[in-house]
Structure formats: structure tokens, C-alpha cells
Write a protein that binds this ligand. Structure first.
Ligand SMILES: [Zn+2]
Length: 333
């Protein structure tokens, strides 16, 4: 017998998948006050055989330590283990983000606010690792703040063998991001790779363990490769890490791909028309009203588009300014 039980935990959805007797939980669940009790109530006394975390973000892996304390192994791709153990985000990554803000071309007041945002993230990250639940965020995605008790996952994905369930590494959202695939049923458990109703934007993030000038993971080109891979699988039903399961999966993938393609074309048009731009100048041209209010989201989006144009050979940069590739070669000749 094969079936899926969805458990709604604040803004997150986790899924108990039963495959011919094996019970696999996809994502650990987020650790807000009452989350563990809510899972127990739905799942009853029979524990899953293994819990698979699609990636190391706290809302997908936050209850990893709790599962392990109950004797349930937690599997996660090894590239995301530093997020679970608490080694990441590291002091070097926060320092690299600060340098990014200083070099992105933002006006002084915007940069100052963005730096304060990094400081707040550093504080939240430390608070989540230790002690009690903080207050709910303004967006009320979960009833309290989230904790992330550090843990070392029990195994990598390659060892999380459940017959009939394939774990596919699709880096981009994080370095070790993965989806779970039940080919016999056409079921995709997408974590944050594919969500209903929105095109997720990978955040600015480091390669785990990488420092120096090349600290950044080029998230968006990888993320789009992941969407194309999902398209090839042609799932019948998608069980996302947030929101309700949905069908017509290829249509949602195509909407995401088309939206990114359109954004990248607009970015390239602006670069061609305006000449060399900083990331912030391009962000202002693309999203004039939003960039001050939602600095991180917009700047991460725009940096992602630039990474994509660079990967395609359509844009080049000197470390601070970006320009269209043809304009760059013309101005040098
Ligand atoms: Zn995530």
C-alpha cells in the first residue's frame, strides 16, 4: 500500500509517506512551541523508519535533533550538514555578506539598514540555536519563533535507502537541497524547490566551506537546472514544503521558468541601454518602488539574474559593475 499523510505545521507541510510498509517522513518539521506534539498527534505512536530533510533550513530541519533523540535517523545531503550542526552561517559568511552590501552600490542609508539586517540575522541565528522559543515574527508564519537545536544528521542521502523512493540532489536553493521522488506514483516531494503560487528566489548564500572572493553559491542557474530536471520527471502530483499539494506540475514549472526568463531579458535590456551598472542600480531600474523596502529579497533576485546572464555569457562584471557582454567587448575594441 502506498499513501501520503500531510501534516500542517504553521507555514510548513511535512508528509508521512508509506511505501510497502516503510514509513518515511519528508522534512523534520519546524521547531515552534507545540510543533512536536502536533506531529505526534497525527502520526500516533508508530514512528517513521527514517526522516529525510529536503535541505538544512531551520523550517525544514529544525526538529532533526528531536527525531534523533527518539531514535529515528535523520537523513540530509552532506553539503547541508553545516547548517544542521550550526557551523553555518559562519562568521566568514556574515562578513562576506557585509562586504557584499558595501560593494553593491547602495546609497549610504540603504546600506546602513541592510548592515543592521545582517546584525539582526546573526542574533536570530544564535538565539535559534540556544534556549527558548522567541516571539512569533510579524508575518505570523508560525505561532512562536523557531528554534534550531544543532544536530549531526545520521546519514547522507545516498544511505537513506527506501525501496521505491528516490532522493535527488538539486542544488541551488541550498548547496545540499534535494527532492524526493516516487516514480511508481508520479509523486514529487519538492521541499522549497517548487511551491504553489510563487517563484521562489534563492537567497544570497555561501558555498559551504568556501571563503574569499568566490564565497557565493551561484544559486539561480543551479535552481533552474533543478526545475528542468523536475520537468523531465513529469510528476503527477507535487507535495510542497509550504502550502497544499497540487497537480498540473509541469505547468507550474513552466510558469516559474517563463517568469525567470522574462526577468532576465528585462535585466539584459537595461544593461544594454544603461551601460555598466552596480547590482543596486540594476535593482533600482527593475524594482524602483520595492528595492528600499525589501532590499535583501530584491538584491538577491537581481544578483541571481546577473549570475544567470553571466553563466550564459551575456553579462560580465569587474567585481563591482556589470555590463552586457557585447557592449563590454565593443567598448574594449
Ligand atoms: Zn528553504
Amino acid at each position: 500500500m502506498r499513501d501520503v499523510t500531510a501534516v500542517s505545521l504553521g507555514d510548513n507541510s511535512v508528509y508521512l509517506v508509506t511505501l510497502d510498509g516503510a514509513r518515511v517522513l519528508i522534512d523534520t518539521g519546524p521547531d515552534f512551541r507545540g510543533a512536536a506534539a502536533a506531529i505526534e498527534e497525527v502520526l500516533g505512536r508508530r514512528l517513521p523508519d527514517v526522516v529525510v530533510a529536503t535541505h538544512g533550513h531551520l523550517d525544514h530541519a529544525g526538529l532533526g535533533a528531536w527525531w534523533q533523540a527518539r531514535g529515528v535517523p535523520v537523513a540530509m545531503h552532506r553539503l547541508d550538514w553545516p547548517l544542521a550542526t550550526g557551523e553555518e552561517p559562519s562568521a566568514e559568511e556574515f562578513a562576506a555578506l557585509e562586504r557584499f552590501v558595501q560593494d553593491c552600490g547602495a546609497p549610504a542609508d540603504v546600506a546602513l539598514e541592510a548592515l543592521a539586517g545582517i546584525e539582526a540575522r546573526r542574533r536570530w541565528s544564535a538565539e535559534a540555536r540556544s534556549g527558548d522559543y522567541g516571539p512569533a515574527g510579524r508575518d505570523r508564519r508560525w505561532p512562536t519563533g523557531l528554534r534550531y537545536v544543532p544536530f549531526t544528521p545520521s546519514r547522507g542521502l545516498e544511505a537513506a535507502v527506501v525501496p521505491g523512493l528516490e532522493l535527488i540532489h538539486l542544488p541551488g536553493h541550498t548547496p545540499g537541497n534535494a527532492v524526493a521522488w516516487v516514480q511508481s506514483e508520479g509523486w514529487l516531494f519538492s521541499g522549497d524547490q517548487l511551491l504553489p503560487g510563487l517563484t521562489p528566489t534563492p537567497a544570497l548564500q555561501g558555498h559551504h566551506g568556501a571563503g574569499g572572493p568566490d564565497w557565493r553559491l551561484r544559486s539561480l542557474p543551479l535552481f533552474l537546472d533543478g526545475l528542468r530536471r523536475i520537468r523531465e520527471l513529469a510528476p503527477v502530483r507535487c507535495f510542497p514544503g509550504h502550502g497544499e499539494p497540487f497537480g498540473d506540475v509541469t505547468a507550474v514549472v513552466d510558469t516559474n521558468l517563463a517568469q525567470t526568463k522574462q526577468r532576465a531579458e528585462r535585466a539584459l535590456d537595461i544593461l544594454r541601454a544603461a551601460g555598466p551598472c552596480t547590482v543596486y542600480q540594476l535593482a533600482e531600474a527593475l524594482y524602483p518602488r520595492a528595492v528600499r523596502r525589501r532590499f535583501w529579497q530584491i538584491v538577491a533576485t537581481v544578483q541571481g539574474l546577473l549570475d544567470l546572464l553571466e553563466a550564459r555569457g551575456q553579462a560580465v562584471n569587474d567585481g563591482v559593475r556589470w555590463e552586457a557582454a557585447q557592449a563590454a567587448s565593443a567598448s574594449r575594441s
